[in-house]
Design a protein around this ligand. Structure first.
Ligand SMILES: *Cc1c(COP(=O)(O)O)cnc(C)c1O
Length: 225
């Protein structure tokens, strides 16, 4: 058995009996590796560069569910809007307006997640709870018919301190629960919590993740990115 088939089998065993699914993060990996995972039954793949994603999407099977997991620039939304299954890292109303507009042009409704900043590390990406509430209470947001907000996404601090990582995942879950129970809108249908990467996915599953985004434990270490 190949390394890839061994690792996919191990992860799928860990996922069986949970409501969590695997997003196989294939960034920097060649089409041959994605095709091999596809042939083993994997259908959901995650990428974080627009150009790389559109090249792969053109060359690989049509029933792949592509998830965009990186920071998305507004001017690039148009390239992925015709086919993208889910956009994980939405952190501004400006970006949502563009996604809504391009989804409408493609006659689609695009599933999106709000990226929430849960880690201690400084980064310019991700909303805090008040920023999230500001968007979902915004009248323009409420009128957007071609997006569907499916939940939240977050990245825990890169640390060996498991208690800290667990607390950050719990924080993300608490924000998810609050919106899921307190907010009703046609474009809000919270079902997904995207949390957990190669180093922390077991904790994420324990804390209620529904989408783990795994790259290196599936495909092996990356040379870059
Ligand atoms: C690269 C990446 C991953 C996967 O990272 P691994 O540690 O290789 O599992 C997950 N999420 C995001 C947003 C990424 O950019």
């Amino acid at each position: 058995m190949s390394d890839l088939s061994t690792s996919l089998q191990k992860i799928n065993t860990e996922l069986s009996g949970t409501s969590c699914r695997l997003v196989a993060v294939s960034k920097t990996k060649p089409n041959s590796a994605i095709q091999e995972a596809y042939d083993l039954g994997q259908r959901v793949f995650g990428e974080n560069k627009v150009q790389e994603l559109i090249t792969k999407q053109e060359e690989l099977p049509n029933d792949i569910e592509w998830h965009y997991i990186g920071h998305l620039q507004t001017n690039k939304v148009k390239y992925i809007a015709p086919f993208i299954s889910m956009i994980h890292a939405v952190d501004s109303l400006k970006l949502l307006k563009e996604i809504n507009k391009r989804a409408k042009s493609s006659d689609r409704v695009i599933d999106c997640l709000f990226q929430i900043h849960i880690a201690q590390e400084e980064t310019k990406f991700g909303l805090d709870e008040s920023g999230l509430l500001e968007i979902i209470n915004n009248e323009t947001f409420k009128s957007m018919e071609n997006i569907r907000m499916r939940g939240v996404m977050g990245m825990a601090t890169n640390t060996d301190n498991q208690n800290q990582v667990r607390a950050e995942f719990q924080h993300l879950k608490a924000i998810f629960d609050k919106v899921a129970t307190e907010f009703q809108a046609p474009n809000i249908d919270f079902k997904e919590i995207s949390m957990g990467m190669s180093g922390d996915y077991q904790l994420a599953i324990e804390e209620g993740s529904t989408l783990i985004r795994l790259g290196s434990v599936v495909f092996g270490a990356r040379n870059y990115a």
